[in-house]
Ligand binder design. Structure first.
Ligand code: NAD
Ligand code: TYD
Length: 356
């Protein structure tokens, strides 16, 4: 079996659902259930004996020790993190606690467990750390995309905390020999994406008749990957990645934020036209830019293709159509996540009247 952390969040829950759909190996899913963790994402595997959910913190060493001793997983896949850049700007404490201290404690627990395994199990054990392309900092418009050799230059409290965790993972390999793998992925999108991030926020706000807040000029570039492609890449790295290596994962889909929002509006115009016949584009508003806003991210995903034969299955056109369709079909999920905590955040970030 494998231990997944953060498996009630956006990518983690997609990973757990895909994992169980693709085989019979059980998953222990440890998640603290912060505002971003949502058991509704896992409703379809509720009662499935292959899925054991445990509410808890990756920083709780005693709990992790107990889970490892009890379940003896062959691998740990660490998704658990505070993941939202804007929240890290408003307050970084939780980012330091989970992304840095939590990863440290998880590594230590994994090391204790791994070091006592019989030789065959020890050789097969893996600690896969899920990270981000944001650790590399920002790119000039014409600069080549990030390779695995790119210097770490994190600019936000979020990316700095993820960079620190990547360095810890690397050190636990070099110093202690722990069999680690690290993946650095570009921006994901798809089902179960919490509507504080660009794509789900724009879909949800558009349908609610609310403003679509673009930071600054909207010409910032991100490299978008459909979430199930990220999951298949992680499975592939877990299966065949070389120990101690890092793999960049991306979709070869660089888009400006404005282009993303235009695409979402156009799809909604087609699939669920506004009652007044106007385009959802009329709801676009430009708001104050994010402090320290990285201008461009782009992933060079040739290493994972060359070494492990992985390529994304979705194009941006197919992925965004599926995503918009999923949000239209799952209004109940959206209502469920729009809890008090989420509404408070939107009011802090965008001011009264702009948000949910
Ligand atoms: P998310 O915020 O949707 O989910 C994070 C999950 O971790 C939540 O379920 C939360 O409850 C849980 N969690 C938080 N603190 C915890 C703790 N201390 N102990 C246990 N669980 C805890 O994030 P996501 O978008 O699914 O991202 C998952 C991982 O992938 C993160 O490590 C993130 O840095 C990385 N990543 C995300 C993206 C992206 O575009 N979303 C891209 C590249 C990498
Ligand atoms: P986000 O989804 O927060 O991901 P990240 O900052 O990790 O890349 O934001 C994606 C891009 O969209 C980023 O350039 C910031 C921008 N953005 C907006 O313009 N308006 C918004 O309301 C949000 C949430 C993001």
């Amino acid at each position: 079996m494998i231990l997944v952390t953060g498996g009630a969040g956006f990518i983690g829950s997609n990973f757990v659902l895909d994992w169980l759909a693709g085989g019979d190996e059980p998953v222990v899913n440890l998640d603290k259930l912060t505002y971003a963790g949502n058991l509704a994402n896992l409703a379809s595997v509720q009662g499935d004996v292959r899925h054991t959910f445990v509410q808890g913190d990756i920083g709780d060493s005693a709990l992790i020790d107990r889970l490892l001793a009890e379940h003896r997983p062959r691998a740990i896949v660490n998704f658990a993190a505070e993941s939202h850049v804007d929240r890290s700007i408003h307050g970084a404490e939780d980012f330091i606690a989970t992304n840095i201290v939590g990863t440290f404690r998880l590594l230590e627990a994994a090391r204790g467990h791994w070091s006592q395994l019989p030789a065959d199990d020890k050789a097969a054990f893996r600690f896969l750390h899920v990270s981000t392309d944001e650790v590399y900092g920002t790119l000039a418009p014409d600069a080549p995309a990030f390779t695995e050799e790119h210097v770490y230059e994190p600019n936000s409290p979020y990316s700095a905390s993820k960079a620190a965790s990547d360095h810890l993972v690397r050190a636990w390999r070099h110093t202690h020999g722990l069999p680690v793998l690290t993946t650095n992925c570009s921006n994901n999108y798809g089902p179960y994406h919490f509507p504080e991030k660009l794509i789900p926020l724009m879909i949800v706000n558009a349908l609610a008749g609310k403003p679509l807040p673009i930071y600054g000029d909207g010409q910032q570039v991100r490299d978008w990957l459909y979430v199930t492609d990220h999951c298949s890449a992680i499975r592939r790295v877990l299966e065949a990645g070389r120990l101690g290596e890092t793999y960049n994962i991306g979709g070869w889909n660089e888009k400006t934020n404005l282009a993303i929002v235009h695409t979402i509006c156009d799809l909604l115009d087609e699939l669920q036209p506004r009652a007044d016949g106007q385009s959802y584009r009329t709801q676009i508003t430009h708001v104050q830019d994010r402090p320290g806003h990285d201008r461009r991210y782009a992933i060079d995903a040739r290493k994972i293709e060359r070494e492990l034969g992985w390529r994304p299955a979705e194009t941006f056109d197919t992925g965004i159509r599926k995503t918009v369709g999923w949000y239209l079909a799952n209004a109940g999920w959206v209502q469920n996540v729009q809890s008090g905590a989420y509404r408070d955040w939107v009011a802090t970030q965008y001011g009264v009247g702009q948000g949910a």
